[in-house]
Design a protein. Structure first.
Length: 330
């Protein structure tokens, strides 16, 4: 058995763990542990809490003292490890869970996220990990903070729930705005105005996913859209790349410059249009951004460049390799 720990913030960590679990299924059963209500093993929440002392003098990110939920969740994880004896646990993402599992004597892999993660807790997490899974292409330069762990980093490509699906033969004049569950910059009024501008400029409709409507499986919408506007979250980018969508990517404010880093990589590689100025574009800037997106390369090139196909399997091989079941990713 393999354990997969998913952070509860937003839907991205759980979505990625589900893709990994599917790829692991032919080899070994995988169980997802998380405070997210849709996890296989639902853990108690560890927040809110008095933030005094939660970092253990900067060694950790979140370890509140005297918090029943935190104590219970860590005890539940330890009990699960004791009862099920997993061959490996993949952590996406928590330095505290990484440390706990490793101290219990279990091989541990961790998910690396984009951004500048040179703080002490991240450094500890990377040092403890047997292997590190990075869900970006192998041509992306290794961040400086991962250099000491370079031999254990496996860049597997963008992990998407849409891997392997056929691209649409025809793209229409519609647009799609993809807003995730983790929150977005900008007011509803702003996004409705952007949708109006995109619709008028392209001569089609603009689907406002995540605000006006929620589509559990938006692959068809993304694969048929003339332009997709999305944040620079890893799952959103991977899903849009899997659909071959011409992307306008907006870097939202996230800790550790996570989205700014991904947006810069996409822009430098010519895989997406990224506004030069920080923040949300003014209304008058959108027509030019849309026109630039329409000139991007082919859907096949975008999908191939972000290395979506086979990414989940490469991640699974990396995790299995930490348990001695495979050779790992490249």
């Amino acid at each position: 058995m393999i354990g997969l720990y998913a952070h509860h913030q937003g839907a991205g960590h759980l979505t990625r763990c589900r893709a990994l679990a599917r790829a692991l299924a032919p080899h070994e059963e995988a169980v997802i542990l998380s405070s997210h209500p849709e996890a296989d093993v639902v853990l108690p929440m560890d927040a809110p809490a008095d933030e005094r002392g939660v970092t253990a003098h900067g060694a950790l990110h979140w370890a509140p003292q005297g918090h029943d939920g935190y104590t219970e969740r860590m005890a539940m994880i330890a009990a699960w490890v004791r009862d099920h004896r997993p061959s490996v646990v993949h952590v996406d993402l928590s330095v505290e869970v990484t440390a706990l599992v490793r101290l219990l004597g279990v091989p541990t892999t961790v998910q690396a996220l984009p951004g500048i993660r040179n703080d002490a807790p991240h450094e500890l997490s990377f040092r403890l990990a047997d292997r590190i899974v990075a869900a970006w292409p192998d041509w992306v330069a290794l961040p400086a903070h991962l250099a000491p762990s370079a031999e254990r980093v496996h860049r597997v490509g963008g992990i998407s729930r849409f891997e392997g699906r056929a691209l649409s033969a025809v793209r229409g004049r519609d647009a799609a705005i993809l807003l995730g569950r983790g929150g977005q910059d900008g007011s509803p009024a702003y996004w409705h105005e952007v949708a109006r501008i995109a619709s008028a400029h392209l001569g089609g409709r603009c689907r406002l996913l995540g605000l006006d409507e929620w589509v559990e499986d938006p692959f068809e919408v993304l694969s048929e859209a003339g332009v997709v506007i999305t944040a620079a979250g890893q799952n959103s980018v991977a899903d849009a790349a899997a659909a071959g969508a011409p992307m306008i990517v907006l870097a939202q404010q996230r800790p550790f410059a996570e989205q700014e880093t991904t947006a810069r990589i996409l822009a430098d590689a010519g895989l997406a249009v990224v506004p030069e100025a920080p923040g949300l574009p003014a209304a008058g800037e959108w027509p030019q951004l849309i026109d630039r997106a329409l000139l991007l390369g082919s859907p096949q090139d975008r999908r191939r460049a972000w290395q979506v196909d086979g990414a989940a399997s490469r991640a699974a091989e990396t995790v299995l390799g930490a348990a001695g079941h495979g050779r790992g990713g490249s």
